[in-house]
Design a protein around this ligand. Structure first.
Ligand SMILES: Cc1cc2nc3c(=O)[nH]c(=O)nc-3n(C[C@H](O)[C@H](O)[C@H](O)COP(=O)(O)OP(=O)(O)OC[C@H]3O[C@@H](n4cnc5c(N)ncnc54)[C@H](O)[C@@H]3O)c2cc1C
Length: 418
């Protein structure tokens, strides 16, 4: 009989197993994969953006999917504790832009290996290549039913089986039925942090494919033309639509509008967000006056990448050879308006299996925020992406997984040992 059994060896489950074993619980970790931490090992482009150094309040703000639920858990174990934890395991971390923390080695496997070594030191029983089929909830203990017909009896069960994004890593949504069986609500699942698809002509003709825009502001508008969200970061035009950090951050708002039944969602790119229209107009007008014999394209060069410039010029009927002296005020205004807010329609996202993160999941209303325990079933805990919690890219999802994992493992151990 186990004290605590954790299902799922991602960042949430690994941290839960370590926390439970550190409290002295007889702990088992089960994963269906041949390796633990598969998604962790490919995270952050193989470098693992393990957490973020921003103040805890800021970190929570960057978890728009129910981040506030994490306040209690953060008071027990937060992003700075994650940093200390890894430094304590000998994994030196470094800070990059926007507070993002990576291993100094740039190797996600160093993060995974440190966690595995700690499991080993703590004598956690690890069962790999072991698929959990169901959980039989009993009055005092629970039976974990494996697909090879074996059962594991455990006083407490921690479900850390992840969401449905990138299923080849093992996250195939297996845990939702187990949660439902315990009486839990699963809120609607949807892709978040996901590239966006558009069937606009300029996308279909691949005119801008491969063009990256740096530090632009991307805005999303609802059906009434009201701005829903703006994110200022980089973005990229692809063969199917748009991607890159600003797009990933805006994606959940687009997906939610589409889930409401909208056929299209309008987005706008402000390519020069730090300059208001009037300033841009007066700067360009002065340059036009000073360089009347130069082409307008030459004068506007440098404002944005050349392919995007050519695209906006063409959209406004401005030939690339037209001289400054011959450009009309109307065309100049149209061009500047596009620079500051090029509007176009998007109509879907890539599917959940291609998203970075799963939106929706086990409803947090049915989970005790300070322990991650189910309010509906004794001895049952949840942590990580299986919960209805999702953050922006930037280390926030792994942070949420590790914080909830730590708290779940610790409290599961206390419950069984008390
Ligand atoms: C390509 C990519 C890059 C990312 N980069 C970052 C990043 O740099 N920073 C960041 O914060 N977030 C990143 N994320 C998101 C982050 O990796 C996830 O949110 C996080 O891994 C979720 O952790 P988890 O432990 O809840 O679940 P997972 O990591 O999904 O782990 C779940 C585990 O459960 C196991 N499992 C599932 N079903 C069963 C079953 N029936 N029986 C036994 N075991 C089972 C799986 O095999 C898997 O090992 C990235 C995501 C992707 C896809």
């Amino acid at each position: 009989m186990m004290d605590v059994t954790i299902i799922g060896g991602g960042p949430a489950g690994l941290m839960a197993a370590i926390a439970a074993a550190e409290q002295g619980a007889k702990t088992m970790l089960i994963d269906k994969g041949n390796k633990l931490g598969k998604k962790l090992a490919i995270s952050g482009g193989g470098r693992c953006n393990v957490t973020n150094r921003l103040p805890a309040d800021e970190v929570i703000k960057h978890i728009p999917g129910n981040g506030r639920f994490l306040y209690s858990a953060f008071s027990i174990f937060d992003n700075y504790d994650i940093i200390d934890f890894f430094e304590g395991l000998g994994v030196a971390l470094k800070e990059e832009d926007h507070g993002r923390m990576f291993p100094v080695s740039n190797k996600a496997n160093d993060v995974v290996n440190a966690l595995l070594q700690r499991l080993d030191e703590l004598h956690v029983t690890v069962k790999k290549n072991t698929v959990v089929k169901a959980i039989d909830y009993r009055e005092r203990t629970h039976q974990i039913i494996l697909d090879n017909q074996d059962n594991i009896e455990s006083k407490a069960v921690v479900i850390a089986a992840g969401g449905k994004a990138v299923p080849h890593t093992g996250s195939t949504g297996d845990a939702y039925p187990w949660a439902k069986k315990a009486g839990h609500t699963i809120t609607e699942l949807y892709p978040t942090e996901v590239p966006i698809v558009s069937n606009e002509d300029f996308i279909r003709s691949k005119k801008l494919q491969g063009t990256a825009l740096r530090d632009i502001a991307l805005s999303v508008f609802d059906e009434k033309g009201k701005k829903v969200i703006t994110h200022q970061m980089d973005m990229l035009f692809t063969h199917f639509g748009i991607s890159g950090p600003a797009v990933l951050r805006c994606s959940q708002y687009i997906v939610k509008l589409l889930m409401k039944g909208l056929k299209h969602v309008e987005v706008q790119i402000d390519a020069i967000p730090d300059k208001p229209v009037h300033e841009l107009f007066s700067e360009l007008s002065t340059m036009i006056d000073q360089h009347s014999k130069k082409t307008f394209k030459n004068v506007a060069k440098g404002l944005v990448p050349e392919r995007y410039l050519d695209f906006l010029l063409e959209r406004n009927g401005i030939s690339t050879t037209i001289k400054c002296a011959n450009i009309s005020r109307e065309k100049l205004e149209g061009f500047i308006n596009d620079l500051k807010g090029f509007p176009f329609q998007v109509h879907e996202s890539l599917p959940l299996k291609k998203a970075f993160v799963t939106g929706g999941g086990v409803s947090i209303k049915e989970i005790v925020p300070s322990t991650m325990q189910s309010k509906l079933m004794h001895g049952l805990y949840f942590c990580g992406e299986v919960l209805d919690i999702h953050g922006y890219t930037g280390g926030y999802n792994i942070t949420s997984a590790m914080v909830t994992g730590r708290v779940a493992g610790m409290h599961a151990a206390w419950e069984t040992l008390s």
